[in-house]
Design a protein around this ligand. Structure first.
Ligand SMILES: Nc1ncnc2c1ncn2[C@@H]1O[C@H](COP(=O)(O)OP(=O)(O)OP(=O)(O)O)[C@@H](O)[C@H]1O
Length: 692
């Protein structure tokens, strides 16, 4: 990629799946693979490997094709099973492989022992891409990319390897070639378009015209609320968005009911008979909206690969609707015909016959796609709300389709280049709803060229000022004391804690929790200053090295975390109501070794993976402790903001203030705030290693 991928976490999180482990297949042990060479580490270090990064070595070898059929979009669906001739035969269960539904994979012919290096390379190059749609004990089912893709007819054994993980495993998006190609194409298209081609809407987006003025808030038209419990800032944001002709930004700090507000906004738009497109940067963000719209019985359709959708929303997916709607019958018969033909290919050994059948399938596929397009068109037209990821909305299903309004959820995470395919040709207005992050004000000046790093939210704010923005100000998650710092630093002290949450303590949980110095305190800081809790550099252990440099860990700090978790559990707090988050992958590995066994149910995550989540108690492990005051990822306010705004009743920060404070002005203020407001404690090594 010629440009950096800002969506890729610097420190790739470990998946929370308990059964996760690196593939035990021979692929990951091949001596030719440098990452799999026997480690030169002393055996004591190798004896306790931490969770490997998820992308390392995920592959299944020795597969064969068991069945093939046609799926939505004429896609070829292949079922792969272990070759019974290998590994004792019997066509039995697959060894544990860690591959999950939604993972992007490559399927290819497996090189045999005798193949030379160049031939191996060529074979790898012929790999067909696809997405895993089902994982069973005995089979993995993959939907192959591209109309003509198939893995048949090569005879040999097949292997499957993961190219990127399903975004539904975490809340983070991983790199995907198609996404970036589409973003790039859109950027060039927009840059080449002449001004005469711009609609008035695009002119506002580019800052060539100002948005149509909206009456002052107290003069906005009252609405008939579907949910009257909305608070004033939510109601005001909705009224403002409804009154804006071109664009409205809704800035929603953590827990302020952004999704709540968006749902009401969509329902209000439907009341006015508007045709609405709703997008988010990730599948999870879109699915979340589908789930919350579903009880309102809204006719809606969710575009996107069914393998990547939450099971609860699959019934609204295009894939399912094209099978079950009235318009679907006409597509079904041709789908069956293609499946029959595909089955007949496997029965014949005659090459000429095979080619002839392939030719027929090709023709059928063309017809299938035409019929399917008609079916999809009528479904999209008949749905008042269409939901897709920003990337998905730029796909062929919505080509040339216009909507009255586009709502973009989590717009502060959506790169402008992602948003543009969605809005470029739409003569519509856009409502974007921001997420938990602080605004990076002034980053994009007026008239700046479109870039792949900026967000549409930032750009519009910089172009038109805060008149086009409304902020949600009442938050329903955090105790006042937990909210105080992020509110002052990032939300101009405008956040207000709702009555119901502002003084909630762990002792008020709906189960018995003993009153202790921890459970009665919403904000605790374990300051490890003094040099005894120094960080370690990881990266030499198998699979731990990541492209952006070595990961850091801090074993003694992990022990402080364990001590604190133990104290909360001893007081009665359930481990499943707690989370430990850290920005460093290596530290996550350490924490899992230490906490998973004694506290089953506790959630461990990278900060990125914890976005959008909440827990009653959250412990943050900051890791960095060095004489050079190097703070790495901690310098990113956005990440820290995510970490410090996840807890409801108890936040415990573990870190070395002497290292972290000098890292930036923001970090200095945070450390000072903790010193002044948190229940401050100084651990000694002897406290945390007692009894070990
Ligand atoms: N007006 C309201 N009255 C009472 N509870 C509310 C109100 N608005 C939102 N909530 C509650 O606040 C919580 C957070 O709401 P929601 O998930 O919509 O927030 P969000 O801003 O999207 O969250 P996040 O910061 O995780 O993205 C939910 O439990 C929701 O029911």
């Amino acid at each position: 990629m010629p440009f950096p991928n800002p969506n890729l976490p610097y420190d790739i999180p470990n998946p929370p799946h308990p059964r996760w482990h690196q593939s035990t297949s021979r692929a990951s042990r091949r001596p030719s693979s440098p990452s799999s060479r026997p480690s030169s580490q002393p055996s004591s270090r190798r004896a306790r490997p931490s969770c490997p990064p998820p992308r390392a070595g995920l592959a299944i070898l020795n597969l064969q094709l068991a069945a093939q059929r046609t799926g939505l979009g004429g896609k070829t669906i292949v079922e792969l099973v272990p070759d019974p001739a290998v590994g004792g035969g019997g066509g039995g269960d697959m060894a544990e492989h860690g591959i999950r539904v939604g993972d992007v994979v490559g399927v290819g012919e497996q090189a045999r022992g005798g193949e030379r290096k160049r031939e191996r390379g060529e074979m790898e190059g012929r790999r067909v891409g696809g997405v895993v749609v089902r994982v069973g004990a005995r089979a993995v089912v993959v939907a192959l990319d591209g109309e003509e893709a198939d893995v048949e007819g090569r005879g040999g054994r097949l292997w499957l390897c993961v190219l990127s993980l399903s975004p539904t495993r975490f809340c983070v998006k991983l790199a995907n070639d198609v996404t970036y190609k589409r973003m790039n194409q859109t950027m060039s298209k927009l840059q080449k378009a002449s001004e005469a081609e711009y609609t008035p809407f695009i002119r506002v987006l580019f800052g060539l015209s100002s948005p149509t003025p909206v009456p002052p808030d107290n003069e906005l038209r009252e609405l008939d609320w579907i949910d009257p419990s909305l608070n004033d800032s939510q109601k005001n944001a909705i009224k403002f968005a409804m009154a804006s002709s071109e664009v409205a930004l809704i800035h929603g700090p953590p827990g302020t009911g952004k999704t709540h507000t968006l749902i009401e906004l969509i329902l209000q738009m439907l009341k006015q008979n508007l045709h609405v497109l709703v997008c988010g940067p990730s599948n999870i963000s879109v699915d979340n909206i589908v789930e919350r719209l579903a009880p309102h019985k809204v006719p809606m359709i969710r575009l996107g690969h069914p393998a990547r959708l939450l099971p609860s929303v699959v019934n609204h997916s295009l894939d399912v609707l094209t099978r079950t709607s009235d318009a679907a019958a006409i597509v079904q018969d041709i789908r069956k015909e293609m499946d029959d033909k595909q089955a007949s290919i496997r029965k014949t050994r005659n090459g000429r016959e095979k080619r002839a059948i392939y030719g027929e399938i090709k023709e059928l596929r063309k017809e299938y796609r035409e019929r399917e397009r008609g079916c999809v068109d009528s479904l999209v037209k008949g749905s008042k709300v269409v939901l897709a990821t920003l990337h998905g909305a730029g796909g062929f299903h919505l080509k040339n389709r216009q909507f009255d309004v586009v709502n973009i959820d989590e717009a502060s995470q959506a790169l402008e280049a992602q948003s543009s395919p969605t809005i470029k040709s739409l003569n519509s207005k856009t409502k974007t709803k921001e997420t938990n992050e602080e605004r990076d004000k002034g980053r994009n000046g007026t008239g700046e060229k479109l870039t792949l790093e900026s967000t549409l939210f930032d750009r519009l704010l910089a172009l038109h000022g805060s008149d086009i923005k409304r902020m949600l100000t009442t938050q329903y998650r955090m105790h006042e004391k937990i909210m105080a710092f992020p509110s002052a630093e990032l939300y101009e002290s405008k956040l207000v804690a709702a009555e119901a949450v502002k003084a909630r303590l762990l002792t008020d949980l709906p189960y018995p929790v003993e009153e202790t110095e921890d459970t009665l305190e919403p904000l605790v800081s374990w300051d490890t200053q003094g040099g005894d809790f120094a960080e370690q550099i990881e990266g030499d252990e198998a699979g731990e090295k990541i492209s952006s440099g070595e990961s850091k860990s801090n074993e003694a700090e992990a022990a402080v975390v364990r001590m604190h978790v133990q104290k909360l559990v001893d007081a009665g707090v359930k481990p499943e109501d707690m989370a430990v988050v850290t920005p460093y992958n290596a530290q996550l590995g350490k924490l899992s070794q230490l906490l998973k066994g004694p506290f089953p149910g506790i959630e461990l995550g990278s900060i990125d993976g914890f976005q959008g989540r909440e827990k009653e108690a959250v412990v943050v492990s900051l890791v960095r402790s060095n004489a050079e005051h190097e703070v790495g990822f901690l310098g990113e306010k956005r990440r820290l903001n995510v970490a410090m705004t996840r807890p409801k009743r108890h936040l415990c920060v573990v870190g070395d203030s002497e290292t972290i404070g000098p890292g930036s002005a923001f970090l200095k203020r945070w450390m000072d705030f903790l010193e002044a407001n948190a229940d401050l404690r100084y651990p000694a090594l002897s406290d945390v290693y007692v009894g070990d």
